[in-house]
Ligand binder design. Structure first.
Ligand code: UDP
Ligand code: MG
Length: 315
């Protein structure tokens, strides 16, 4: 029988895990023509998440867990899941039931019968989300799609089912700064989009503050576009051009009218403006440089502290 590995990244999910397991069990019972492997990744939780995983593993042999030595972020958890998945199909799913397990049969059908390599989900509403967050999310997708070749779907969730081939392609991308939403598109293949209405988290709290999301979006832009670098050079050239015109204008004015230079306030304005633009552009450079710096270190994406997967222990 074919097998699906379901990867569930968990960070402080003690409140949601039981609900998740219950709902997922129901779906697994329903889908009796495939085997399942539930691969929980404990991303350095500070609560009882790991204990709950161990408990579940004891009573259900389909449950596997990998526990990190600290919080490495959801991207690292997903990567660990891919590396340790053994199924013919691999599914990514959040632990808070915001990715409804009931969509799984439809996703499997898309791959098995309709010839897709991957079935992904996107929410068509952002009900229950702060409006300002939705606004910035929309902006981000608009900008990203303009400046990057890789297409990003607005409202796309990480919740998706993939073939082994698709996952192997993702594993080929060994970069340290992982921005999966972009990587999924980058590897290509045929993806079916399944839409659903936003569901609110079953228990616990979101791990994404506005600040974290902002940093994540900068990471996405730096990882998938070099347009900001080009924009920085363009701004530089434009300023240079304007400065030239100014210089010529002032020289001629002084020669003809012998006009003593007045108006230092405007000078201060211009200096601060140009200074600001310079620092801004250096900042853009710095973003790329810092990412390059981290890549060259070749640090592992995650470190495992505890697991019930045999070969992972002996590694
Ligand atoms: N998560 C994780 N590591 C982190 C942050 C989040 O593994 O550092 C997991 C979290 O447990 C959840 C999923 O990623 O299963 C999505 O997180 P969350 O529900 O907080 O995000 P939201 O749905 O609000 O975007
Ligand atoms: Mg969530």
């Amino acid at each position: 029988m074919e097998k699906i590995t379901v990867i569930v990244p968990c960070y402080n999910e003690e409140a949601a895990l039981h609900y998740y397991y219950k709902e997922m069990s129901r779906v697994m019972d329903e889908m009796n023509d495939v085997d399942f492997e539930l691969l929980f990744i404990n991303d350095g939780s500070k609560d009882k998440t790991l204990e709950i995983m161990m408990e579940l593993a004891k009573k259900d042999s389909r449950v596997k867990y990998i526990s990190f030595s600290r919080n490495f972020g959801k991207e690292a958890a997903m990567y660990a899941g891919f590396e340790n998945s053994t199924g013919d199909y691999v599914c990514l799913m959040d632990a808070d039931l915001q990715d409804p397990p009931r969509l799984l049969p439809e996703m499997l059908k898309a791959i098995r019968e309709e010839g897709y390599d991957s079935a992904a989900t996107r929410r068509v509403t952002r009900k229950g989300e702060p409006p300002i967050r939705s606004f910035f999310a929309r902006m981000f997708y608009k900008i990203m799609n303009k400046i990057s070749d890789t297409e990003l779907m607005d409202g796309a969730r990480d919740y998706r089912l993939m073939t082994r081939q698709f996952v192997n392609a993702l594993l080929e991308l060994k970069e340290y700064n992982r921005f999966s939403k972009g990587l999924f598109g980058w590897v290509g293949f045929k993806t079916k989009w399944i839409e659903f209405e936003n569901v609110e988290r079953v228990a616990g709290e979101t791990k994404w503050s506005f600040w974290k999301l902002l940093l994540y979006s900068i990471e996405g832009i730096v990882a998938f576009s070099t347009a900001p670098l080009a924009i920085a050079s363009l701004i530089g050239m434009l300023m240079l051009f304007i400065a030239f015109i100014f210089i010529i204008f002032i020289i001629i004015k002084t020669l003809i009218f012998n006009d003593p230079t007045s108006g230092w306030p405007s000078l201060v304005c211009i200096i601060t403006l140009i200074g600001g633009i310079q620092i801004f552009c250096t900042g853009i450079l710095g973003q790329y440089l810092s990412k390059t710096y981290l890549e060259t270190k070749k640090r592992p994406v995650y470190i495992v502290k505890d697991t019930n997967i045999e070969d992972e222990k002996t590694k």
